[in-house]
Design a protein around this ligand. Structure first.
Ligand code: PLP
Length: 849
């Protein structure tokens, strides 16, 4: 046996000869070195992309010291670690965020200027990793930022999709999907770790046998094995040395060639097998809040879950921790049911690979997992047909049956003679074709179950998971979502950041509740006028950007009314459209009517297979075509659907809003996080009592929030009583005119068929109650328009929104998870040679102002 050589002592780096220093001269030197040695270019012939890459490597080098120190410290201490399992991480661009977290934003900007480069132009070169659909994936990304900032040992585990969420183009008003080739120019932020690859089995059959100790054991004989290769990305924390890891798995064939097939002359057969294995991590499913029962999707889920759990066993071994202490070393958060197969896979690994007996293994499993539910929508609840499940994961199906047997016995004991309850709660849906119910598996296999906003958790307990709440009341907790103020204020809104920091210092970026100190400036006319000026400048920037991209003039003095989020019927972008048509009709009826000028901006992708959502995009674009051209409108209304909504784009949009549209049918939006980003940046919300809107209203005060619409309770009552949308159509003339205009082909060049599916759905079903909420929405919008005319009042309200949204920092969410679910302790990372950068935005105290 070979023994590993003793590694040489790493020399201690002294500050004066540190190649990764944060001062401007060292940064410039390193940047030019990277341009030369990594990109292989002289400055004269370098492209903007070369410069971006050189800068990315310069920043990465600085992260690496922190990253390696962090990993070493965690390893030495055997620190309890949060494993955040998520099929999606919508990270957004890394460069700017890392500059903020390292505290070198202004220094690097200066360095680039001195080299004749524009930092903002370099930011534009970064291809963002769009490895998520919307809120759920973005939440995972915000949580990684907060975990690192709170110095919590953690690993994000997911899938390295070769193609992330599609790019969206708009042609003739319709959405067109374009493949997202984010890896085209290489990804400077990741490091492949092929030495830690693992194998994942699929298919085949199981064989029971008795081992040498006389124990019943099961052997899984798969018919396919795929390799998982980890790609690691450093995740910096804000103004701390902690640098955690995002570990994404790529699927590869076990051998580059199947040599048997190759030798038998079947070259293409061998290559095909390789291609097939690599398909697993090829593409992200582009559905938001909607399951697609595809085999490949289940393969993706099992693939990354098995890779991640095997990786945890590797870490245990390396740190000399006994298998029996798995749950002490790791706490695993399941981000929705997508990774829930982990419950069965951890049982399998403990029993089949490590010989543990059932009860012991089950106790470890249930001490390890916690489950976050993200939705109440029935179409989003995952279930897999037994036949599909059993042929891909035969051993896991056996384990799930066994879990179910124990579970049903527990129900019988707690609720004797309740057959209905047994069939309602069973892990197997046997009402027709048989299915595995993933949410039930998650609930049984976890010690904690959380919803993502107070209302959502309440409705979960009342409705979707009512039986589970009765069975395990102690498992249920609420953790209201949050967003990171580093990306969504400090990075995306530097003007506001400077203003706030000049008044209250910079600690708020880490302790967002400190924003409350701004309240004392509500009557300070100087401050309020600066606050207003900043919003105007940002709106002007967005107008310029829009002019460049769409050649449309939008007036920064008009009210920027923005709805940006995935397109979904429950989010009701079409209700917003009905409001636009209402205003347009008023102008047509009375061209001299006095109305508050507005710019309506939309952004968001529709799932490619979601016909209604795509028709809503077409409707908005069709309305825009008419409204923007009609001379009667006299530019008082502008409507624009902005294509290709992404994190990069979101960072431009949230800070520019006056009005944030959060108008989902009450009871349908689990939390929302866009609502938080808007409010922090000083937009007022028009919203229903849904998701986290409820808590935003509570924090900012009802007088600073535009509330309308039915409550969740009223929605259920209305539906139970037999809701008829035509009652509203026939009694509200303004609504009738809007619907008739659209039906008549007015917005579709006379085509009365185009929007018929949408209109018929509203007239005869309207399951999201647009008609029931229409009048309340329109009246509320009228109040918005009037309020906007009183600029002093409006500014006061927006300032109070910014000041009172500290609760919605993802730092608070993560602290809630730590206190109530994970029970981890922070581990601070010592980095003796750490050199502090310095500037207004970079230092907590803002001393250099
Ligand atoms: C915040 C965010 C979302 C979530 O928006 P909601 O309004 O909560 O649906 C979706 N996509 C991107 C890019 C985001 O930044």
């Amino acid at each position: 046996m070979q023994t590993a050589p003793i590694p040489p002592e790493c020399p201690t780096v002294r500050v004066e000869d540190d190649r990764t220093g944060l001062d401007i001269e060292t940064l410039k030197r390193a940047f030019l070195d990277n341009l030369f040695y990594i990109q292989g270019k002289f400055p004269e012939i370098a492209t903007q992309n070369d410069y971006y890459m050189a800068l990315a490597y310069t920043v990465r080098d600085r992260l690496f010291r922190r990253w390696l120190n962090t990993a070493e410290t965690y390893s030495k201490q055997g620190a309890r670690t949060v494993c955040y399992l998520s099929a999606e991480f919508l990270m957004g661009p890394h460069l700017g965020n890392n500059l903020i977290n390292l505290g070198i934003f202004d220094t690097v900007k200066q360095a680039m200027t001195e080299l004749g480069l524009d930092l903002d132009e370099l930011f534009e070169k970064e291809e963002e990793p769009g490895l998520g659909n919307g809120g759920l994936g973005r939440l995972a990304a915000c949580y990684l930022d907060s975990l690192a900032s709170l110095e919590t040992p953690s690993i994000g585990y997911g899938i390295r999709y070769e193609f992330g969420i599609f790019d969206q183009d708009i042609k003739d008003g319709w959405q067109v999907e374009v493949t997202d080739k984010w890896l085209r120019f290489g990804n400077p932020w990741e490091v492949a770790r092929p030495e830690w690859e693992v194998e994942v089995k699929f298919g085949g059959h199981t064989q029971a046998f008795t081992d040498e100790h006389g124990n019943y054991r099961v052997l899984w004989v798969p018919d396919k094995v795929v390799r998982g290769v980890p790609y690691d990305t450093p995740i910096s924390g804000y103004k701390v040395n902690s640098c955690n890891t995002l570990r994404l798995w790529a699927a590869e064939a076990t051998d580059s060639f199947d040599f048997d097939a190759f030798n038998a002359g079947d070259y293409s057969g061998a290559v095909f097998k390789k291609m097939e294995s690599e398909t697993i991590s090829k593409v992200l499913y582009p559905n938001d809040n909607m399951t697609q029962g595809k085999i490949l999707r289940l393969e993706q889920q099992f693939f990354f879950v098995s890779c991640s759990l095997q990786d945890m066993f590797r870490i245990l071994k390396r740190q000399n921790i006994a298998i029996e202490r798995f749950h002490e070393k790791f706490t695993i958060q399941l981000n929705d049911t997508h990774p829930t197969i982990a419950v069965a896979e951890l049982m399998r690994l403990l029993m089949d690979e490590y010989g543990m007996e059932w009860d012991k293994a089950w106790s470890i499993v249930t001490s390890t997992f916690a489950y976050t539910n993200h939705t109440l929508l029935p179409e989003a609840l995952e279930r897999w047909p037994i036949s599909l499940f059993g042929s891909m994961l035969p051993r896991h199906l056996e384990i799930i049956y066994e879990i179910n047997r124990h579970f049903l016995d527990d129900i019988r004991i707690k609720f004797p003679d309740d057959l209905d309850r047994l069939s309602r709660m069973s892990l197997i849906d046997e009402s027709g074709e048989r299915y595995v119910r993933m949410a039930h598996l998650a609930c049984v296999g976890s010690h904690a179950i959380n919803g993502v906003a107070a209302l959502h958790t309440k409705l979960l307990k009342q409705d979707v998971l009512h039986d589970f709440a009765e069975m395990y009341p102690e498992k249920f907790v609420n953790v209201t979502n949050g967003v990171t103020p580093r990306r969504f204020v400090a990075l995306s809104n530097p003007r506001l950041t400077r203003l706030i920091t000049s008044k209250i210092g910079g600690n708020w970026i880490k302790h967002l509740d400190d924003l409350r100190q701004l309240e004392k400036y509500v009557d300070d006319t100087g401050f309020c006028s600066e606050f207003r000026t900043i919003k105007h400048e940002i709106k002007q920037d967005l107008s310029n950007y829009i002019k460049g991209l769409y050649d449309i003039n939008v007036d920064p003095n008009s009210l920027f009314d923005i709805q940006s989020k995935r397109i979904h019927e429950y989010k009701r972008q079409h209700l917003n459209a009905l409001h636009i048509v209402t205003l347009y009709n008023r102008i047509k009826a009375n061209p001299d009517i006095d109305i508050t000028p507005r710019t309506f901006l939309f952004g968001g992708k529709a799932a490619p297979g979601y016909y209604m959502a795509k028709l809503i995009i077409k409707l908005i674009n069709s309305i825009a075509d008419v409204v923007n051209r009609d001379p009667d409108v006299r530019d008082r209304l502008k409507v624009l659907f902005m294509k290709d909504y992404s994190v990069k784009f979101a960072q431009r949009v949230y800070p520019a809003a006056d009005l944030s549209e959060q108008i989902s049918t009450a009871g349908k939006e689990a939390s929302g996080t866009g609502n938080m980003k808007f409010a922090m940046n000083g937009a007022l919300t028009i919203g229903t009592l849904d998701g986290a809107n409820v808590e935003i209203l509570e924090e900012v005060g009802a007088e600073n929030f535009f509330l309308f619409g039915l409550t969740a309770e009223e929605v259920s009552q209305k539906k139970a009583a037999g809701y008829n949308p035509q009652d509203f159509y026939s009694t509200d003339p303004e609504l009738k005119l809007v619907i008739d205009r659209i039906s008549s082909g007015f917005f579709s060049h006379g085509d009365t068929e185009l929007f018929k599916p949408l209109i018929d759905d509203l007239m005869y079903h309207d399951q999201y109650l647009l008609f029931a909420d229409y009048r309340s929405y329109i009246d509320c919008q009228d109040r918005v328009g009037l309020t906007y005319r009183d600029q002093d009042l409006w500014t006061r309200m927006t300032l109070l929104n910014t000041a009172r949204t500290g609760k919605f920092s993802s730092d608070r969410s993560i602290q809630d998870y730590i206190d109530n679910i994970w029970h981890t302790k922070p581990v601070s990372i010592d980095l003796k040679e750490y050199v502090q950068g310095g500037s207004l935005m970079d230092t907590p105290s803002g001393v250099s102002l």
